[in-house]
Design a protein around this ligand. Structure first.
Ligand SMILES: *Cc1c(COP(=O)(O)O)cnc(C)c1O
Length: 394
């Protein structure tokens, strides 16, 4: 079989209308979100209104990164240094990092082989840790049963904050991911679903929470310029007691993102067609397990994951190496040493070490691959054939 020659980290170009909008912002020179002309609505404010509408949320804050959205949401939710915060044992480093940023301690919860948080283990950890906040990471876009999760949070008085870095555009039972708890946190970093290089979006329906997040993001006393925000009287009570931890989004990024929002749903369908082309082939390979995707879940497949439960560490290394020679870039989560973007809890040494035997066993045979939209469906079928051929031989 011919090797694959595509580039796994090449995203599509920024659309021409977004480039034009960025050029217009630069020509105006008003890149700071509070630097507006008479009667002008800043692109950052327009983005917040558009994203709140897209999510069906009351409020939205545009900020510097997805990681910033996560840490500011913990602070605005009242998490203090020394508090414990629950999160998935399998997520990307910015999630435990956001918890550490507020001086809190991550309490890691096992995942299932379908790559979602294990609800039984979560229930036990809620009981034995005393933690009252869950930062739920929809890692790689896999949604847990949100009805069961919300029922558990409600029954135990746990506040839910969603990490939606991989679920922008995704839904559970028709309801947008990010709208199930106190807050939803999104990233607009290059490898996510809309691309401004760096950036974050935070949504909520809670007026006090959002007022605090806006003050923290560095709004000074200019919060009345926010449009997807609670009314000024909500700020009255908190504006002088809330510290400024600058992390605003600028108008240039917002201008680039606004037109991309309009093609997000169409792009979700394009990602999912690529996913199907690979998943349908790999689900026929005996050595591989494709995580189950329940009918309630509408996902946005900017990446694909599969397990090779019977592979030894040597098998996994050989599999990755042989596919690399064939031009297919797989990430393996079972490696001893963290490579590139780290996602293994054992490499977060600032987090108290925790025993997660079930998660470790899953990560030992878990592979992950990006699905950039620059790949055609034919490219995906080719990649799937290469993976299937190697998996069949291991
Ligand atoms: C990318 C990512 C983040 C954070 O996003 P940044 O914008 O890079 O800070 C958070 N959670 C997960 C799971 C991510 O993949």
């Amino acid at each position: 079989m011919q090797p694959f020659t595509g580039n796994f980290t090449q995203q599509e170009p920024i659309p021409e209308d977004a480039i034009a909008a960025a050029v217009a912002v630069m020509r105006g020179g008003r890149l700071h979100r509070y630097n507006t002309g008479e009667g002008e609505i800043a692109p950052a404010s327009r983005l917040e209104e558009a994203y709140a509408r897209y999510q069906g949320a009351k409020y939205c804050l545009a900020c510097a990164s997805g990681g910033y959205a996560l840490s500011v949401s913990l602070r605005a939710a009242g998490v203090r240094a020394g508090d414990r915060v629950l999160t998935n044992g399998f997520t990307l480093a910015p999630v435990p990092g956001a918890i550490a940023a507020v001086g809190a301690e991550p309490v890691l919860v096992e995942i299932t082989r379908d790559l979602v948080i294990d609800l039984d283990h979560l229930e036990r950890r809620i009981a034995d840790s005393g933690a009252r906040v869950l930062m739920l990471s929809h890692m790689r876009g896999h949604l847990v049963d949100m009805d069961a999760l919300c029922a558990l949070c409600e029954a135990t008085g746990v506040t839910l904050i969603e990490d939606c870095a991989h679920t922008m555009g995704a839904k559970w039972n028709g309801r947008a991911s990010g709208g199930f708890g106190l807050a939803g946190c999104f990233s607009t970093q290059t490898y996510k679903h809309i691309n401004s290089g760096e950036g974050g979006l935070l949504t909520s329906d809670d007026p006090e929470f959002m007022a605090r997040a806006i003050m923290m993001s560095g709004s000074y006393m200019l919060y009345e310029r926010h449009r997807a925000a609670p009314p000024p009287e909500v700020f009255e009570t908190i504006r002088l007691e809330t510290p400024n931890m600058s992390g605003r989004m600028d108008n240039l990024r917002a201008a680039i993102l606004l037109p991309q929002l309009e093609t997000l749903d169409a792009n979700a369908a394009r990602w999912n067609a690529r996913y199907e082309a690979i998943a349908s082939r790999l689900s026929q390979v005996n050595a591989l397990y494709m995580p189950h995707r329940p009918p309630e879940e509408f996902f946005v497949a900017s990446s694909i994951q599969f397990l090779a439960p019977g592979f030894s560490p040597q098998d996994c290394e050989g599999f990755v190496a042989r596919l690399k020679e064939k031009g297919v870039e797989l990430k393996w989560f079972g490696a001893e040493e963290p490579v590139a973007f780290t996602s293994n809890h054992r490499s977060w040494h600032y987090v108290p070490a925790q025993d997660l035997p079930q998660t470790d066993a899953i990560l030992a045979g878990l592979f992950d691959m990006r699905l950039p939209l620059t790949f055609s469906i034919g490219d995906c079928a080719h990649i799937a054939d290469l993976i299937a051929a190697e998996a069949g031989m291991s």
